[in-house]
Write a protein that binds this ligand. Structure first.
Ligand code: G4P
Length: 285
């Protein structure tokens, strides 16, 4: 049976499995770094995170900050700080060499739990943290940067699944070297499409044409001039897949527009930040 590609499809079996794995990983740590995509400060967050954390502290990284407008990002940082009562740090894990602030915050945030263990008579031990987030937000890049200076793998711990590797960042901090992948369970198609814009959804789950058209709609609302200029589309022409296809002369035999090829290019150009710096969420009223 042909799959309906007008909707983005989620896979409930995978979700249950992913959630179980994430819960297991979370049970091992004192604090959590949740990574969001700065282009989607609201849509790339996980609504159920508090439920899974069970009171453990977390802070947020707005990664890929190099791909958004700095002033617009500041507004979202304030919003997220207030909404979640957490620290929110913009990062660029691709280009930045220095993520020391994250290490400092992770140690600070874990300290109350370490103190609580010591109050129970246990010896002080390094705090244990992990990185979680939706696919493709930059979790592995962040882990790589954080562990770059310290490649001391300290291996499995007693009572802990053997596959879990820990890396000692400094005497106060150990990081789980595999990220926790947040399962995507939204029924919300608007959000699903936004996640597809930033490549956070498997390409098999959607149609490029529908997602690219939706991206153009949002950019139109944002009056994204840069986008129009990039594709050399005159003001009088509507910003849509067909017009870009015509402008680029991407046509099929017979002369109709090559919508698939054009859509793939639009999505790629957006994801690589070639066209401009945009945040695709809006601040709620
Ligand atoms: P994940 O573990 O959350 O799935 O994400 P991962 O670190 O694998 O990063 C996904 C892609 O995003 C990678 O690109 C990575 O280089 C890029 N990336 C990560 N952080 C940033 C950032 O702050 N800014 C920008 N602009 N890009 C970032 P890729 O195309 O898959 O690989 P590569 O071409 O970089 O090798």
């Amino acid at each position: 049976m042909k799959k309906d590609k007008t909707h983005i499809h989620w896979y409930p079996g995978h979700i249950a499995k992913a959630e179980k794995k994430l819960k297991e990983q979370l049970s091992l740590v004192d604090a959590v770094i949740e990574v969001l995509d700065a282009r989607l400060p609201i849509s790339s967050s996980y609504d159920n995170i508090s439920g899974l954390l069970n009171g453990k502290p977390r802070f947020l990284l707005l990664n890929k900050a190099d791909l958004v407008d700095k002033n617009e990002l500041k507004k979202f940082i304030e919003l997220l700080k207030e909404k979640n009562n957490t620290e929110v740090i913009p990062t660029d894990a691709k280009h930045s060499k220095d993520l020391n602030l994250i290490i400092k915050k992770a140690v600070e945030l874990s300290e109350p739990r370490i103190q609580a263990l010591m109050a129970k008579g246990l010896l002080r031990r390094p705090a244990r943290i992990m990185v979680v987030g939706m696919p493709n937000v930059g979790k592995s890049s962040i882990i790589n940067k954080l562990t770059k200076s310290s490649k001391t793998k300290i291996g499995a711990k007693a009572g802990v699944t053997r596959q879990q590797q820990w890396v000692r960042i400094n005497p106060q901090l150990e990081l789980l070297d595999t990220p926790g992948i947040i399962p995507m369970k939204q029924e919300d198609q608007e959000r699903a499409k936004k996640l597809a814009f930033v490549n956070s959804v498997s390409e098999n789950a959607y149609s490029n044409e529908i997602v690219a058209e939706e991206l153009l709609n949002i950019l139109n609302e944002k009056q994204a001039k840069a986008f129009r200029e990039y594709y050399k589309l005159p003001e009088e022409k509507e910003l849509n897949v067909d017009n870009i296809s015509l402008e680029r002369n991407w046509l099929l035999t017979g002369g109709s527009t090559d919508r698939e090829r054009t859509s793939v290019y639009i999505l790629r150009d957006f994801r690589e930040g070639k066209i401009g710096k945009f945040i695709l969420d809006t601040i709620p009223e």
